[in-house]
Design a binder for this molecule. Sequence first.
Ligand code: ZN
Length: 402
Amino acid sequence: MSRPQYAYFDDPLKLEFDAQIIETRDLGEGRWGIILDQTYFYPTGGGQAHDTGLLGETRVLDVWRDGTTSQVVHVVGSELAPGRIHAEINPERRQRHMQHHTAQHLLSACFAALYGLETLSSSIHGDTPSTIDLPDTPLTLEQLTAVENLAHEKIFANLGVKTYFVEQDQRQSVPFRRPPKVDGEVRVVEIAGFDYSACGATHCLSTGMIGMLKIVKTERQNQKNRVHFVAGIQGLAYFQAVQGVVDNLTEQSSAHFAELPEFFARQADTLKSTQKELADLKTVMLSIEAERLLRSAQLRDGLRWVIASFDDRPASDLQILAKTLRVELGVVSVLVTYPGEKLAMLVACADDVKTVHAGDLLKEFLQPVGGRGGGSAQMAQGGGVVSPGQYQALKEMMLNYS
Ligand SMILES: [Zn+2]
């Protein structure tokens, strides 16, 4: 069987051509598959997505290779009559894929050359970072930088990228980075003297066309080390976005960009010490408040009753108040807050109080308004979602109790 002849093999820069529609297949659901006598459209495969573009005025939605006939099927949303047609490939999408695919070969070659790391799989994306998976070996920032530097030596040298076919029995003449997985004739993509890979996708004609290559993230994924990278058009857009964020931060902080990490570390320290100061002040403030509440306590049955409602206080304040109050002899405190929707109530009895059970008293207040909760004889808490009317009713109950 002779190898399939795809025109994009020979000229990946040809983005407009005329062809003959030789077959139209009804794919169902309003989609048709168009077969041309020759095509420069790339069909999905080899980790790279298909081209898009136009057949005449009709949008090409998908392109795939028929597994049986090896024909390229151009999927469109309307039926096209047989005959001659002008075809156009979306240039930017093609360019993004070419740049990333060539960058992938180069990056994989650099990891292999510097650290002997084989690329286990790759995924090419035009609009989001592409990835290669390496063996699960931790890599330092210095190692990643060395890989990027070597890749850029090759980009700046503008090495030619050649493609050619070799027969099965000629394979040993090509120093493949990875032995081809298929039998028979294979297509070689060679980055002049530096890398030899078997690949059927679209590539730049020289490394300079990659423009730039930057690793943006590494992560452990299924016992592999996944390296995310950007290149070419996507690389430029990535750096423009990063620059925008950096400009915004330097403007907000009046710091030089190199000083941003130090600036934010200082801000975090300041925030931490301010929060500590605030917490200390709050403790002082709450102990003063507890004293004031104690002074206004109602004396009944030999106990000191502190019954108070707060319309909008965090429940944590009430907990500190209740704990502070229950160290005083004979004190029973009933505290409630309603910051909106959710009510919180605390009942606390001093250790010497034997005639009141905190848990029971809490239920006595909460049950009529639909709240829930409980606790020990000394300390109980509860609450629930209640209406402003129910909160008002609870406040009146508390008022009548004291
Ligand atoms: Zn490739």
